[in-house]
Design a protein. Structure first.
Lengths: 213, 634
């Protein structure tokens, strides 16, 4: 109904402009007839009953809580945690670009801190909502700096899961478990992740958009 | 409701275009006079503008119930690219085209008072005929407001190559130029119909053609620079068919502009002017066909739909064919103006038009030939820079030589010696020729001559200002001088880029050093970075040449919506050129790096800007003089 109201308003506007420009009498009537013809054309083609569907950028939750996972691998209180916490707070507000910016500054100040590169990789994945070459570079830097730590491989796998590659994530996590000591404190975390992927239905769904545990 | 209002406005505008045409074409309705034509043109312009504004609003809201928005936008895009995305697709850009057409008609109706009522009514009728065809094309074959039910939850995104500030300005600027030429076309058709081809028509047509030419010049210049920095190939003109499609109307409009001056001043070149007015807009329509018919694959091309191509081809045949038939039937009745000698300003302008027409023909043949060959034989051919540079290049140089002398000639007959006026230019050109023969014996002939003629053209373009009181010199004369200076500057830039560019391609690790031209470039680091809707790997390069350091940060970007990888070049500008850098893929421990040193390349676009400025000054000067003349008459 509102669409036909808009049509009427447009007809009135057009006739008003024509009248203001000096159109009178029979010519104005002709113009009105032409506009009605145009209105008939719209009525044939338009879909006045269809509502609009404006979209707002949606936020996504990772399938595993990044903060819990990070604390499991890196510990909660350490020299670099304030950078990560600040970055987390920006990410939680949807300001993923700023979250990355914090960790970029952090890695410039502490270029040999593997945990910060790890956090940067996660933040880049969060921003792009997929594992991009930039995020891979950050994870690779982390792995170079800490070749014996399982954290880079775990978080790379998590980024793959978030990018819709659960098979890649599964392979990475199984490798991490194969190399992990049996008494590692973070081991249950990875086992839960493997179980979660293996429990996915046959047509595996991408990890983005699923609520974290 | 916004989508439906936009569609309704388009239907109403089309109906008014039909009525406007009927008022001219149907004898029993012709008594309506000029008031009816002007009123309907104004209403039409407003309705089309409302339709376009509705489409912009739909893109800003990312209303995915509209098929176009769902296909070409995304909620996460920055606002600038949501707006610019409106014309980053076939239907939206076609609506922009039609909006400029309708607004041009409205502007003609509102402001043009110098021509008689009969011609005005006929011209508005011609403009309405153009509009009606393209409204029909939009509504029946390219509806920008087609709906989706159910609406998808998110859009597909915009081509990342188009997510650049240049996109926000390049297409609208170009379209104002392309479609603004429709006014010249309509005025020419009106004049032929009413048999009123004369100086009054030229004076009326001139500001419209000038304005279109300025926008085309600036649009092409901006587009060239955008392609240069965005596509990462280091080139500034690729003779891409769609680039050629913008160059052809510009060439025709340049010739038309010069022809109009002869018609306005001396009443001459009437047939030339009418023909060029038809050709200029025809080239705009040819460009529209090439881009939208699906016969080309290009970053510029839109529709891949033969039905749309056929539709536009029919419109092309109707409008161009109709106008040419009208010209053919009325040409014999066009009274010729005052005669002139070959050595005269008119003679030089005829030669100017001939050269421009040859270049236009060269570009047209080179653009269409591969398409025709493929359609007839199935063979895929490519016609590229070797053809265009070899054929159009020398003719362009001849044109520039003519530019050194032409503006100095008198109207009707030039008998006075030109020696002292031409001597500085000739001396500058010969000196440059001698220098580059000594310093760069291996330079190509075209570059060598280009440099020499460009340098010679600099003083030549300013000669019309010598010996005058500069404060009393008409703005139009200043405009002419600056525009011609712009040609000289661009020519120097083109020749320098061709002759002196140096390139280095290497795989480098952080800490490695490379040389390109006189520059030493060190790769300091490679790091991940982020933008509003992309992530990237960025190289930090430090370039030194003697003192001072230039820091460059080329990037390899990844966009998410749609998933696309692009290269963002990093450019550092110094007084005598640009260092241009591109980051490629990782290779083992290192990264591909492509570096260029491009001496004086910025002169290409600076010259284009000067040409546009010259056009603006001319336009402003003529409008101001016209207004003062009317005030005096009143």
């Amino acid at each position: 109904m509102t669409s036909y109201l808009a049509l009427l308003l447009l007809v009135a506007l057009a006739l008003g402009v024509a009248w203001l420009a000096g159109l009178r009498g029979g010519q104005l009537t002709l113009a009105a007839s032409a506009l009605l013809l145009g209105g008939a054309g719209y009525a044939l083609q338009g879909r006045p009953g269809l509502d609009g569907s404006p979209q707002v950028a949606a936020e996504s939750e990772p399938p595993v809580s990044l903060v819990r996972a990070r604390n499991a691998f890196l510990g909660q209180f350490n020299g670099r945690s304030h950078w990560l916490v600040i970055s987390d707070s920006f990410a939680a507000r949807g300001e993923t670009r700023d979250a990355v910016g914090i960790l970029q500054a952090a890695t410039r100040q502490h270029p040999r801190d593997y945990a910060l590169w790890l956090g940067l990789g996660n933040a880049l994945t969060d921003h792009a909502r997929s594992l991009t070459p930039a995020a891979r570079l950050a994870f690779a830097r982390s792995a170079e700096l800490a070749p014996t730590s399982p954290a880079p491989a775990y978080f790379l796998g998590l980024a793959k899961l978030r990018s819709g590659d659960p098979d890649g994530a599964l392979a990475d996590w199984k490798q991490v478990l194969a190399e992990a000591p049996t008494d590692a404190s973070w081991r249950p975390f990875v086992e839960d992740g493997v179980a979660m992927i293996e429990a996915l239905p046959g047509e595996r769904r991408p990890g983005l958009g699923q609520t974290g545990t | 409701m916004i989508a439906e209002a936009g569609l309704a406005a388009l239907w109403l505008a089309a109906a008014l275009a039909l009525l406007q045409l009927a008022l001219v074409a149907v004898p029993t309705l012709r008594s309506g006079g000029i008031v009816a034509g002007r009123s309907l043109a104004l209403a039409q312009g407003l309705l089309t503008l409302i339709s376009f504004a509705a489409l912009v609003a739909l893109f800003v809201r990312t209303d995915t119930s509209v098929a176009l928005v769902a296909a070409h936008s995304h909620s996460a895009k920055p606002l600038l690219y949501k707006v610019a995305g409106t014309w980053g697709n076939h239907e939206g850009s076609m609506l922009l085209w039609v909006t400029v057409l309708a607004l041009s008609g409205a502007a003609l109706a509102l402001f043009e008072r110098r021509i008689g009522e009969r011609m005005m009514a006929a011209s508005l009728g011609a403009q309405a005929a153009l509009g009606l065809g393209f409204y029909t094309f939009l509504l029946l074959a390219s509806n920008p407001f087609a709906r989706l039910d159910p609406a998808p939850g998110e859009g597909n995104g915009l081509n990342p190559l188009l997510q650049d500030p240049g996109l926000a300005f390049h297409p609208p600027t170009l379209y104002i130029g392309y479609v603004g030429l429709s006014v010249a076309f309509s005025l020419a058709v009106g004049a032929l119909l009413t048999r009123e081809v004369g100086p009054a028509l030229a004076r009326a047509m001139r500001p419209w053609v000038l304005a279109s030419w300025v926008f085309l010049t600036l649009g092409i210049t901006a587009g060239s620079y955008w392609a240069y920095y965005e596509l990462g190939w280091g080139g500034w003109w690729f003779w891409d068919p769609v680039e050629n499609a913008s160059l052809m109307p510009w060439l025709a409009a340049t010739a038309l502009l010069h022809s109009i001056n002869v018609l306005a001043k001396r009443g001459g070149l009437r047939s030339w002017t009418m023909m060029l007015a038809v050709v200029a807009f025809s080239m705009s329509m040819v460009g529209t066909f090439l881009v939208r018919s699906g016969i080309l694959t290009s970053v510029h091309s839109f529709a891949v739909d033969p039905t749309r191509g056929t539709f536009i081809l029919v419109l092309l045949a109707l409008y161009v064919g109709g106008a040419l038939v009208l010209f053919a039937t009325r040409a014999a009745t066009i009274r010729e103006g005052a005669g002139f000698q070959p050595v005269s300003r008119e003679g030089a302008l005829v030669l100017n038009n001939l050269f421009l027409s040859v270049i236009l023909g060269t570009v047209l043949v080179g653009t269409l030939y591969p398409l025709m060959a493929e359609s007839m034989t199935g063979a895929k051919l490519s016609v590229g820079p070797p053809y265009f540079n070899a054929v159009a290049g020398p003719v362009f140089l001849l044109l520039c030589l003519l530019l050194m002398v032409g503006p100095l000639l008198r109207w009707r007959r030039h008998a006075a010696p030109l020696g002292r006026w031409v001597a500085p230019s000739a001396l500058a050109a010969v000196t440059m020729l001698a220098i580059n023969l000594l310093v760069a014996p291996d330079m190509s002939l075209l570059s060598r001559l280009g440099l020499a003629i460009g340098i010679g053209l600099v003083p030549a373009s300013l000669m019309p200002l010598i010996g005058r009181s500069l404060r009393r010199t008409p703005l139009a004369t200043w405009g002419m001088a600056i525009a011609h200076l712009g040609v000289a500057v661009s020519l120097i830039g083109i020749a320098s880029d061709s002759a002196f560019t140096r390139e280095t391609l290497a795989i480098a690790k952080p800490g490695d050093r490379l040389t390109v031209g006189p520059w030493l470039v060190e790769l300091k680091a490679v790091n991940p970075v982020v933008g509003p809707n992309w992530t990237a790997i960025e190289a930090e390069l430090r370039a030194t040449r003697g003192g001072g350091v230039k820091v460059l940060r080329p990037q390899a970007r990844t966009f998410a919506n749609p998933p696309t990888d692009t290269n963002e070049s990093a450019i550092a500008t110094v007084w005598n050129g640009q260092i241009y850098t591109v980051l490629g893929q990782a290779r083992g421990d290192g990264w591909q790096l492509r570096l260029w040193w491009k001496p004086f390349v910025t002169l290409i676009w600076f010259g284009g800007g000067l040409m546009g400025l010259g056009g603006l000054l001319s336009l402003g000067g003529r409008m101001w003089r016209g207004r003062r003349r009317r005030e005096v008459e009143e």
